[in-house]
Design a protein around this ligand. Structure first.
Ligand code: NAG
Ligand code: NAG
Ligand code: NAG
Ligand code: NAG
Ligand code: NAG
Length: 757
């Protein structure tokens, strides 16, 4: 059967080939240019982060790259938008002399600090062939540097009209003929030089030059940010020019589009895609097993405002899995309130760390000055391998943080931390025109961990690791944290991005502001490859109480729970940890040791115990028939927080043990009782004015007191070994007549609430 189809099939195929031959003779006559006929030339005087990114993309596509000028001092002015760049042409001219006689060599000249390859050599050469010219320049929609030349440009019906010197591709002899015309200075303008040659009609024809009007090969981003979109493929990510529907091969973040290029560079060509996630995160990692010793780190800690959970913050630093003798501490504490916490931390750790320095509030340093000082501690110590800056509002919960950041091997890297359950984090994905926050299209996905990787971002704060070597080279100028009126972190980031403070000091004109060295901008990365921790809120932190974190149940609920709720609390629900020592008396862990201690401390600090009298002005009616020696939560201004605690942590237990009963979590009487043989030792049998009562033991039988406990008469059932942090929950009336058993020695504290009275 099959055989019968063959003749017919071949006939059709033959016809098809004939047809193609007939309609497209041009593409048939040109053989593809072999990729070994392509040489990429670029000028880079230093291995900046931008240069490394360029080389990464070039190597990914196997481009043959020759780097000109490495190590040479840059004299070409700002390669951005101000006049300059002549040095590039000079270097190119020198390089072309030896290449000029290679008739069939194609030379691609591109910048490197702000360029990324999005496609490979085959595609590049194919597109170049299609253009059918001997030399092709990049194009842009804005004329520069001499606007008066605009009219001299050939008219184009559609596409970009003006020459941009950031990208040139052409046959070596032709390119050489252009370069040999250079006889200007290193700080003269390269673009003007090429423009003049291009605008000469005779040269344009004899050298056979044209411009890449529709961004087939070169995409300059200046003035064109709105034209491009990321195009995700299964292997590669490209940039698509939506105006010309082209996929440019060379993406150039010229002038003020560096930040946008950095964003694109987080994806193209293989940095991240939906199928494989991060494609470059494991490149150039530092392998700890290959290191002779752990790097030395200076840890800069900044306590710039009253900050909840500071002892816990310090404890987390101590818990980092890193050799302590490799850590030098620099602490700036701006708050008298926190001196006791620092003092305690210092006493506990002074002999563990390599060194420990505290700059206290009496030094009156501004935040910027303090941060400069911390950074200098590392910069000026040749033995300091890394500077790790962390603000007191960052709760690290990954003990491996330091190792994970070091491993990633970046000059500046910050772990992503965000406010629990919020989109608020420690980085910005984009900047607004005035340099403040703008949301990048990937911001939410990065914060929520839907895109995981190492991201080049324009702003990061709160916590970051910087290589000591970078602080002594690129970032060697001091005073990064003070710049105009910017807050210190914004100043640091702008300085790192732009290195503006390297501007020449003797040229104060506005133009000189742009006369920088090539944009050496150090990239700042955020990693969300791991969970690192969170940022807490320092708003509404009232430090007028004794243990102020107790009041943080609203503002920082996660940290509050971690500090004050019993570690086994959740097992009540997962493992039925509840006990029932007497009928309908349920017993469960609820408070941590710290919660118990701090509540007792708070009450003793307040000190006005009621004395257990029947007359009681604090309650309506003014008479208490079964009085205890107590302090009401309302007296220490803790009523609101306490009721919130009941709703959050007691209600779920109620629902479990008295199934079907939804408590309103309403309670008029919430108080701490103090029993001691010297004052009030016991409480006679009574009912409570509650639907149910909770009774939480705040200290330990045996160590803190003897005796104590509770007896339920109807069942002739006593609980004589109360456990610190555990609560009873029992019906208040009718069935559960109960009494407080005598405390025979020491002092016993319990917290009691009459719920749903
Ligand atoms: C430019 O060069 C191409 C390819 O070498 C050639 O086909 C074309 O005719 C030339 N154009 C001009 C105007 O010389
Ligand atoms: C802080 O707490 C104290 C004591 O409860 C209270 O008097 C004061 O108004 C509070 N301050 C603020 C700003 O809430
Ligand atoms: C939590 O429960 C485990 C297992 O029952 C126990 O070993 C541990 O001591 C408990 N933790 C506390 C703080 O009581
Ligand atoms: C959970 O424990 C309580 C108290 O010990 C007991 O009354 C109840 O039957 C247990 N429930 C389950 C499902 O095991
Ligand atoms: C109550 O229990 C105790 C021991 O648990 C027992 O000695 C006593 O007789 C009981 N009293 C009543 C009234 O059942």
């Amino acid at each position: 059967m099959a055989m019968e189809y063959f003749p017919c099939f071949y006939f059709l195929l033959f016809s098809l080939i004939q047809f193609i031959n007939c309609v497209q003779p041009a593409t048939r006559t040109q053989d593809p240019i072999p990729t070994d006929k392509l040489l990429v030339l670029t000028v880079a005087t230093a291995e900046t982060d931008g240069f490394l990114r360029f080389m990464q993309s070039a190597n990914y596509f196997n481009y043959n790259v020759k780097i000109l000028g490495m190590g040479e001092e840059w004299k070409g002015g700002d390669v951005g938008r101000s006049i300059g760049g002549g040095q590039k042409v000079r270097l190119l001219k020198e390089a072309m002399e030896s290449l000029a006689d290679q008739e069939d060599l194609i030379v691609l000249f591109v910048d490197s600090y702000d360029v990324i390859f999005a496609g490979g050599p085959e595609e590049l050469l194919k597109k170049f062939q299609q253009v059918n010219h001997r030399v092709l320049f990049a194009a842009e929609g804005l004329v520069w540097p001499d606007k008066r030349l605009a009219d001299k440009y050939p008219f184009v019906r559609s596409g970009k009209r003006f020459l941009n010197s950031g990208g040139i591709i052409g046959y070596a002899p032709n390119v050489n003929s252009i370069m040999q015309q250079w006889d200007l200075h290193d700080n003269d303008d390269d673009q003007l030089f090429y423009t003049k040659i291009y605008l000469d009609p005779l040269q344009r024809e004899t050298l056979n030059m044209t411009l890449d009007h529709k961004c087939m090969i070169f995409q300059n981003l200046n003035g064109a940010v709105d034209e491009v979109l990321l195009k995700f493929g299964t292997e590669r990510v490209r940039v698509r020019n939506t105006v010309y529907d082209t996929l440019p091969v060379v993406v150039h973040g010229n002038v003020n589009t560096k930040i946008y290029l950095n964003f694109l560079g987080n994806y193209i060509p293989n940095a991240w895609n939906y199928e494989h996630g991060c494609g470059v995160c494991d490149e150039d990692m530092i392998d700890f097993s290959q290191l002779k010793d752990f790097p030395s780190i200076t840890v800069g800690v900044f306590i710039e405002q009253p900050t909840p959970f500071l002892p816990e913050f310090l404890q987390r630093l101590l818990n980092l899995d890193y050799p302590k003798d490799k850590l030098t501490f620099f602490i700036h504490n701006n708050e008298v309130y926190h001196e006791k916490h620092i003092q305690k931390f210092w006493e506990e750790t002074k002999n563990i760390f390599k060194s420990f320095k505290v700059v206290g509030p009496e030094e009156m340093l501004s935040q910027g000055e303090a941060r400069n000082m911390g950074m200098d501690t590392c910069r000026q110590d040749p033995g300091c391998d890394f500077y790790f800056s962390v603000d007191a509002d960052v709760m690290l919960n990954n003990r491996q943080t330091l190792k994970l950041l070091i491993e990633q091997n970046r000059k500046i890297i910050s772990p992503l931390v965000s406010r629990h359950g919020k989109l608020w984090s420690n980085f910005w994905g984009a900047l607004s025109l005035d340099g403040y926050y703008a949301r990048s299209e990937d911001y939410v996905d990065i914060v929520q961990g839907k895109r995981i990787g190492v991201w080049n971002v324009p702003y990061m704060a709160h916590i970051y690791l910087i290589k000591g070597e970078a602080l002594r080279t690129e970032l060697k100028e001091r005073n990064y944290f003070i710049l105009e009126k910017l807050d210190p972190d914004m100043a640091l980031c702008r300085n790192a991005r732009e290195l503006t403070i390297q501007r020449e000091k003797d040229s104060p004109s506005p133009e000189s502001f742009h006369m920088l060295r090539p944009p050496k901008g150090v990239f700042m990365y955020i990693t969300n490859r791991h969970e690192f921790g969170r940022i807490i809120s320092t708003a509404n932190y009232n430090t007028s109480h004794f243990n102020n974190d107790l009041w943080q149940i609203y503002e920082n609920p996660v940290d509050w729970k971690e500090k004050y709720i019993h570690p086994n609390y959740t097992r009540i629900f997962t493992e039925n940890l509840t006990e029932e020592p007497c009928p309908d008396v349920f017993w469960f862990p609820v408070f941590s040791e710290k919660a118990c201690d701090e509540i007792v401390e708070e009450m003793e600090n307040f000190g006005s115990w009621s004395g257990g009298k029947h007359q009681d002005k604090r309650i309506s009616g003014g008479y208490e028939s079964v009085p205890t020696d107590d302090i009401h939560m309302s007296q220490i201004d803790y009523e609101k927080e306490w009721l919130h605690f009941i709703r959050e942590f007691i209600s779920p237990v109620t629902l479990k043990v008295f199934s079907g009963y939804y408590t309103k979590g309403y309670a008029l009487l919430n108080f701490v009782v103090k029993y001691s043989p010297e004052r009030q030792a016991f409480l006679r049998p009574h009912h409570d004015t509650s639907t149910f009562t909770i009774n939480i033991a705040l200290n330990n039988k045996g160590t803190d007191f003897q005796g104590g406990g509770c007896r339920f008469h109807r069942y002739n059932c006593s609980i004589e070994s109360p456990r610190k942090g555990w609560s009873f929950m029992h019906p208040g009336r009718l069935t559960h007549l109960h009494e407080g058993l005598p405390t025979t020695k020491g002092t016993r504290y319990i917290a009691v609430s009459f719920i749903d009275p």
